[in-house]
Design a protein around this ligand. Structure first.
Ligand code: NAD
Ligand code: ZN
Length: 271
């Protein structure tokens, strides 16, 4: 469905006011103003690697040391970052209106900033930087240690001239359960992996019943999240996109608000 986009904020706010179920679907762009690089554009590199090429099971199999350095770096960056006006506007919207509307935040982000801003009804589609999963017994645990293990202290420098990564596997994070001791990995859905079916199910349910959806700071190219909002628009939900630039999904949506979402979202979600 090719719609002619509107950028009439007053009209959108009227629609939002009347909505009973609202979904906010966010991507890396919402955290850009907190200083966390997105995977597209200039920030998409770590050393000489395309960041998305390290977020894969193949990269971890090939070099758990390199991938753990990359994730150690991302954990340290996100831990120092603060939620911005976009995250705060969403959390504030839920705290003001969450008792009269069903408000769900679905994020592709793994940085934990929505929760730190105070969002309660949150679905993290791709996991979280501060959770680990044992590759052997599959146990998932919250882990906020900095550094996550001694061998990673001072590692993870992003400069392109750093070469190689040689931490012995035995020095990387390991499961502490007796009789296990398996290698831990970040509890993140990597490119090429499937989403947790229970998490996906919750997200699909919210998407299939919302009457308004805000799509914020996502390039709408990473599946399955990329199809959520176009599907909602196709069944008649009103979808508004907030981005710095148009995306492949923009023609599917009713509203398009261009600009940094730290500025546009507080306007859209205020009374
Ligand atoms: N912060 C994080 O947790 C983080 C960071 C990088 C990548 N990722 C992962 O990488 C994948 C990337 O997909 P994606 O679509 O989320 O991100 P993406 O990197 O593909 O796209 C980011 C989008 O945000 C837009 N954008 C950038 N700054 C913005 C701003 N200030 N306001 C509004 N829009 C802005 C860009 O134009 C772009 O369309 C996801 O699976 C995600 O899990 C997560
Ligand atoms: Zn284990």
């Amino acid at each position: 469905m090719a719609t002619r986009q509107s950028s009439d904020m007053a009209k959108f706010k009227e629609t939002l006011k009347a909505a009973k179920e609202v979904v906010i679907l966010s991507g890396a762009g919402i955290s850009a103003e907190s200083g966390i690089p997105t995977f597209r554009g200039a920030g998409g590199f770590w050393r000489k690697y395309q960041a998305s090429s390290l977020a894969t099971p193949e990269a971890f199999r090939h070099s758990p040391s390199l991938v753990w350095e990359f994730y150690h770096y991302r954990r340290e960056v996100a831990a120092k970052a603060q939620p911005n006006q976009g995250h705060k506007a969403i959390a504030d919207y839920e705290s003001r209106l969450g008792s009269e509307k069903k408000i769900t935040v679905i994020t592709q982000n793994v940085d934990g900033l929505h929760a730190r801003a105070g969002t309660k009804n949150l679905i993290e589609l791709h996991g979280n930087l501060y959770k680990t999963r044992c590759t052997k017994c599959k146990e998932v645990l919250v882990n906020n240690d900095s550094p996550i293990c001694e061998a990673l202290a001072g590692r993870g420098a992003p400069d392109a001239n750093v070469v190689g990564s040689d931490i012995p596997v035995k020095s990387l994070p390991h499961c502490k359960k007796t009789n296990c001791g398996g290698l831990l990995r970040p509890h993140i859905v990597w490119f090429g992996e499937s989403l947790d079916p229970a998490v996906l199910d919750k997200a699909e349910t919210a998407m299939s019943t919302c009457d308004v959806c805000l799509v914020v700071g996502t390039s709408s190219v990473v599946y399955p999240a990329a199809m959520f909002a176009p599907q909602a628009a196709a069944r008649g939900a009103i979808v508004a996109e907030f981005n710095l630039e148009p995306t492949p999904a923009t023609p599917d949506f009713h509203y398009y608000f261009e600009g940094p979402c730290g500025t546009t979202l507080p306007k859209a979600l205020s009374d």
